[in-house]
Design a protein around this ligand. Structure first.
Ligand SMILES: [Zn+2]
Length: 78
C-alpha cells in the first residue's frame, strides 16, 4: 500500500466502515509509516474540532441582512 492509498482509506474511515481487508492494510501501513500515522491521528482531532465549530456557528454567526442595526426599545405596555 502506498501513502496516498493509506491516507485515502484513513479519510474514508471517518465516513464509512472500512472492510476487514482495508483496515488490515491500513494498519500494516501505519505500523511502518510514521507520516501516515500522524495523518491518521490528526484526522480524529480535526473531526472533533469540526464538530465544535458546527455547534458554535448556530449562535456565533449573526444574520447580516444589511440592516442599519438600529435597536428599538420595546414599547411600554400597560
Ligand atoms: Zn504512508
Amino acid at each position: 500500500m502506498k501513502c496516498i492509498d493509506a491516507t485515502r482509506l484513513a479519510s474514508e474511515s471517518q465516513d464509512r466502515e472500512l472492510s476487514l481487508a482495508e483496515r488490515a492494510s491500513l494498519q500494516m501501513h501505519l505500523v511502518i509509516c510514521s507520516g501516515c500515522r500522524r495523518f491518521n491521528a490528526q484526522l480524529g482531532v480535526l473531526r472533533q474540532a469540526l464538530r465544535r465549530v458546527d455547534h458554535l456557528s448556530e449562535d456565533g454567526l449573526a444574520s447580516r441582512d444589511g440592516d442599519d442595526g438600529h435597536e428599538d426599545a420595546p414599547p411600554p405596555r400597560g
